[in-house]
Write a new protein. Structure first.
Length: 83
């Protein structure tokens, strides 16, 4: 699996978690003490964002990173990379 697709999927999962009802909706940037621009870069899977920033947002969302075996991307996911 391509590393760019992995970060893009990871960012989408972070965004989905931040939008879910609960104690942290929409506050991941404030709780992680980072700018909204940095949070947007994370949500977009920007490759220039360091792992520490991802970890800070996950901590703010009371979430953790879990490593699982990759599955082949769907055609829609692959096409989304080129949009």
């Amino acid at each position: 699996m391509d590393h760019a697709l992995i970060t893009q999927c990871f960012g989408q999962q972070i965004k989905k978690t931040a939008l879910e009802p609960g104690p942290y909706p929409g506050t991941s940037g404030c709780a992680a003490e980072m700018t909204r621009q940095k949070v947007i870069a994370i949500e977009q899977g920007n490759l220039s964002v360091g792992m520490a920033s991802y970890a800070r947002v996950l901590a703010a969302l009371d979430s953790e990173l879990q490593v699982i075996t990759a599955v082949m991307p769907t055609l829609e996911e692959v096409q989304g990379m080129f949009e």
